[in-house]
Design a protein around this ligand. Structure first.
Ligand SMILES: Cc1cc2nc3c(=O)[nH]c(=O)nc-3n(C[C@H](O)[C@H](O)[C@H](O)COP(=O)(O)OP(=O)(O)OC[C@H]3O[C@@H](n4cnc5c(N)ncnc54)[C@H](O)[C@@H]3O)c2cc1C
Length: 603
């Protein structure tokens, strides 16, 4: 039975049956303290928290107590502190961290499921704790023992919160242009000066401290990415007596955003009074490399947000479509008969199936990436390397598919509501606004697409792509053992071959040094790669569903669940996969119209 915003049954199916989390907890010492029963209890607990602490405030946080700076104080919704407390006390901020640092050594896959539950209930309310988790992990991975001792306990207990502070007015997509400066005071301590903009959860009126993991350039450092260092810059620093004193990080203002209003996006000014201290994390000039750990995690998190909002929108429109009556079947126009529920109309079914295909396809993709992360932590040698490369390849896809297609999914969800979808009487308009940011922050779709084609597919002579293709082929082989799935296995096999051909064609430009041409349509290459990745995830789900139908003799809701998986897989192959024809045609076409510099043709 699906909750109002997410289906736990679906998450369990994905986690246990499709992506086999038990293999991790059985085979690897690091995860051994968890088992299936415990994991299921954790998901139930996450759902209870979501039901009680998050979902009831979803619309309220959009309409009231929207963060604003007043007299130097950034006020947030009064329930936010309680949510942070619940997340900290439940161990969710440090869930994946080793036990010795107070964590649970939870597989990321499980944590991602919990995140999907929380985000589906109230996505805007989750940033304070989620960003604290990510930024503390940076200190854990790269910080000195002194930094770890001072910050980690405070952050994992939710007393101090954390942010990622990268963006500047002149350095958004291009972080090599970061200008915030750092000047040595002594040891690890530097004076920080500059401006950061759009910093999510960058200020509040309740936490004892906020630690901004900040990119800055040490005076005299080389230009570009090789001269960027990482600093922990607290809102309040400790004086020689251990008392917290003001650290000259000022909130210049909170942006007035389209959605996700529960979290402020702040403009922060560092060192207006020349009295802002930052503490170097790791080695000088390696900041961007370190920050990528946080950014990669955050990119997967954005995928989670996309899948979660899609899920909430899907269950809202599914319910509405069963309750709302309008018109009659095309074959039965008798006005004396009662109108039918709109779910009986083909176009409404199409919209719902699209929502389900995008939502559950995204969720499966996210867990595929989570599993790769978990394996990359515990495997050794070549196998570890493979898992890490595979994760690297999947990360931009996890960022892009659930966000770009999530917008389409929520838009279709809104459409199911007809005119009511456009009103504040229903939550879809808010979900649509909340969702819109996901293609922008953490690297826009354009930037992710260039990363996929220009870096990930090409790296190590295509080694990561080979791992990807091996895994897809394994699913194709498994699907081929079921007569009903053979047709779809064969479609995917052909499409993958075409993708490889298109990739070769595009890489020939790179080999000739024609890089502008090579990446001009990277966005469309991403779209193609995404469609086939999700087709793979759907074939994988359908294969498991088919096996379950053969071995478990399911009845009632269980049978419906598996049948619905196979039906949605077919929908994806018949309605989404054919788009690959247009995309391949465009990508193989050598006439590129978007690189015109000598004339002004866009007027
Ligand atoms: C609500 C919100 C929350 C945010 N939270 C944070 C946060 O917590 N921490 C943080 O550091 N930042 C945060 N950001 C900033 C966010 O990451 C940036 O807005 C984003 O990276 C894009 O940068 P920009 O806005 O400067 O756009 P630009 O970089 O100016 O991009 C504008 C357009 O040009 C395209 N473009 C730019 N460069 C290229 C290129 N080389 N090739 C092709 N196309 C290109 C982009 O794809 C985009 O379509 C947040 C932003 C928002 C709106």
């Amino acid at each position: 039975m699906a909750n109002k915003f997410i289906s736990i049954k679906n998450l369990r199916f994905l986690l246990h049956d499709v992506h086999n989390v038990s293999q991790l907890t059985n085979d690897f010492e690091y995860y051994k303290m968890h088992d299936k029963e415990l994991i299921d209890i954790m998901l139930d607990t996450a759902l209870q928290i979501a039901d009680k602490e998050l979902y009831p405030y979803f619309q309220e946080m959009d309409h009231t107590h929207v963060p604003e700076v007043k007299d130097g104080v950034t006020n947030v919704h009064p329930h936010i502190p309680h949510i942070v407390k619940v997340m900290a006390e439940g161990g969710w901020i440090s869930a994946t961290v080793p036990e010795e640092y107070g964590g649970m050594q939870l597989p990321l896959m499980v944590n991602l499921c919990a995140e999907m539950i929380f985000q589906a209930a109230n996505n805007g309310a989750m940033f304070h704790s989620a960003l604290t988790s990510g930024s503390a992990k940076l200190i854990l991975s790269f910080g000195s023992d002194k930094l770890k001792a001072e910050y980690l306990d405070n952050m994992y207990s939710g007393k101090w919160l954390g942010t990622m502070a990268l963006t500047e007015p002149g350095a958004g997509s291009s972080l090599s242009d970061v200008k915030t400066s750092a000047e040595l005071v002594e040891d690890e301590t530097y004076k920080i000066n500059g401006h950061k903009i759009f910093i999510s959860a960058g200020d509040n009126n309740f936490s004892e401290n906020i630690v901004h993991l900040t990119l800055a350039r040490i005076k005299g450092a080389p230009a570009g990415t090789k001269g960027i260092s990482l600093f922990a810059v607290p809102k309040y620093r400790k004086d020689e007596n251990g008392n917290l004193i003001d650290n000259d990080v000022t909130s210049a203002g909170a942006y007035h955003k389209m959605g996700q209003k529960a979290t402020p996006a702040m403009h922060l000014a560092y060192g207006d009074k020349d009295n802002c201290h930052g503490y170097l994390v790791g080695e000088k000039n390696k900041g961007l490399k370190y920050m990528f750990q946080l950014m990669n995690g955050a990119r997967i998190e954005v995928g989670v947000v996309g899948a979660a909002i899609s899920s909430a929108a899907y269950y809202a429109s599914l319910q509405y479509s069963k309750e709302r009556t309008q018109g009659r079947k095309i074959s039965d126009k008798d006005p004396n008969k009662a109108p039918v529920p709109i779910i009986q109309h083909a176009d409404v079914q199409r919209m719902l199936l699209l929502q389900k295909a995008i939502t559950e396809g995204s969720m499966s993709l996210i867990l595929e990436a989570g599993r790769a992360y978990d394996l990359s932590k515990v495997l050794e040698g070549e196998e570890k390397n493979k898992a890490a490369m595979f994760l690297d390849l999947l990360t931009p896809i996890v960022k892009v598919y659930p966000s770009e297609e999530g917008i389409r999914s929520v838009s279709n969800g809104l459409q199911v509501f007809g005119g009511y979808g456009y009103t504040e009487d229903f939550p879809l308009e808010q979900m649509y606004r909340d969702m819109r940011i996901t293609t922008l922050y953490e690297g826009t779709t354009g930037i992710q697409s260039m990363d996929l084609l220009g870096r990930k597919v090409m790296m190590n002579q295509g080694a990561a792509a080979m791992v990807f293709f091996e895994k897809v082929n394994q699913t194709i082989e498994e699907a081929n053992t079921h007569d009903e799935l053979k047709k779809y296995a064969s479609i995917l096999s052909e499409e993958i071959q075409k993708l490889q051909k298109t990739t070769m064609h595009l890489s020939s430009f790179a080999m000739k040094g024609e890089f502008e041409l090579f990446l001009a349509d990277a966005n469309l290459y991403m779209e193609l790669f995404c469609i086939l990745t999700i087709a793979w995830q759907w074939l994988k789900q359908a294969t498991v569903a088919k096996q379950k139908m053969l071995t478990d003799n399911p009845q009632g809701d269980d049978l419906k669940f598996y049948e619905s998986k196979i039906h949605t897989m077919k929908f994806f192959f018949h309605y989404e996969v054919p788009k690959s024809y247009a995309l391949n045609t465009r990508l193989m076409d050598t006439e590129v119209l978007t690189l015109v510099e000598d004339k002004e043709l866009i007027v």
